[in-house]
Design a protein around this ligand. Sequence first.
Ligand SMILES: CC(C)(COP(=O)(O)OP(=O)(O)OC[C@H]1O[C@@H](n2cnc3c(N)ncnc32)[C@H](O)[C@@H]1OP(=O)(O)O)[C@@H](O)C(=O)NCCC(=O)NCCS
Length: 189
Amino acid sequence: MESLVAGARETVTISAGNGIELRPMSIGHAEELYALIDRNRTRLRQWLPWVTNCFSIEDLVDFIGGRERDNAERLSLTTVIFANGQLCGSIGLHAIEKLHRRTSIGYWIAGEHEGRGIVTQACRAIVTAGFRDYGLHRIVIQCATGNQRSSAVARRLGFTEEGILKEAEWLFDHWVDLRVFSMLEQHWK
Ligand SMILES: CC(C)(COP(=O)(O)OP(=O)(O)OC[C@H]1O[C@@H](n2cnc3c(N)ncnc32)[C@H](O)[C@@H]1OP(=O)(O)O)[C@@H](O)C(=O)NCCC(=O)NCCS
């Protein structure tokens, strides 16, 4: 096993097949990414607590700076999803816990690209990278119980449903329960 050594390998673009690429998020993506978030703000706000009404380009630039640092130290793998050269969303391995070799995945995609299997395919590729290149043992997906589309991605990839965390996320004006799905390295094909 390689991995989990700071700076062991440069973060590289992951090819997920069918013209889908996961490119490490960088400051060069800021403008286009912000425009996409802004166009999808109402839709994304339904499930993503960070998409506040006042989420600004400055907030995004700050976020990207942090992700660039963490990606370089292999403490995260935050990427931008491109489909046939077009930026359409984001997917990432959040804070990688090196001691326990575990992390969680977050993702979103613009409305016009939804329902085409892009996130399922991107997720398959990033899970493979997590186990193969980052030496992870356990990867989870946590989503609000009402978020059927997100649960469907986890189920489609064979994640195991472990249970529900009661009122574990504050979504602007109400609590939501989170469904926890997991994948262990020995079960990933
Ligand atoms: C959750 C979210 C990322 C899922 O995106 P999605 O487009 O529905 O997921 P996929 O890209 O994998 O597409 C799956 C759909 O594509 C279809 N599809 C087409 N080709 C496919 C393929 N080759 N492989 C898998 N699915 C395929 C599936 O049948 C499925 O359609 P269905 O939902 O009507 O059954 C998206 O709805 C989203 O961005 N939501 C808002 C943000 C959010 O909720 N993020 C997650 C927070 S936990």
